[in-house]
Design a protein. Structure first.
Length: 137
């Protein structure tokens, strides 16, 4: 089997592990524990500079990135992306959280059974007739 095809399969398995909720646990700055695909084992992935090493049989045999290494790289990349997006949208998040602070969400409306919002802010007053929007054509 071609090396690119094997790496694609390993990447698919890394994505599958992540989608199943199996993520690496960071032990220290350079060490991660990663669950096996069966969930019966934990493998250690160590990062040294830009190189990664795993104690799983596949990495030791092939000396190529295994699914555990790819999972750690994928997870670190996602963490960095989420952190950047959170920092980029921090002003928007603070505006939204302060705007929504006066609303409480109830699980169901007593009338329709749908989700309902209740505002603790004063209700809006009806605009005067001169301020009403024009009807749509």
């Amino acid at each position: 089997m071609e090396a690119a095809s094997i790496q694609d399969q390993k990447m698919a398995k890394a994505y599958a592990l992540l989608s199943e909720g199996r993520r690496p646990t960071q032990v220290d700055e350079e060490t991660f524990t990663v669950p096996s695909q069966t969930g019966n084992w934990l493998y250690n992935v160590k990062r040294q500079d830009e190189e990664y090493h795993c104690d799983c049989p596949d990495h030791n045999k092939r000396e190529a990135p295994c699914k555990h290494i790819l999972l750690v790289k994928l997870w670190l990349g996602l963490k960095d992306t989420l952190k950047e997006e959170a920092e980029e949208h921090e002003p928007l998040a603070s505006i939204l959280s302060s705007s929504l602070a006066s609303f409480r969400i109830f699980s169901t409306s007593p009338v329709s059974g749908d989700l309902a919002l209740e505002s603790s802010a004063a209700p809006f007053s009806r605009p005067s007739a001169g301020c009403m929007p024009a009807p749509l054509p």
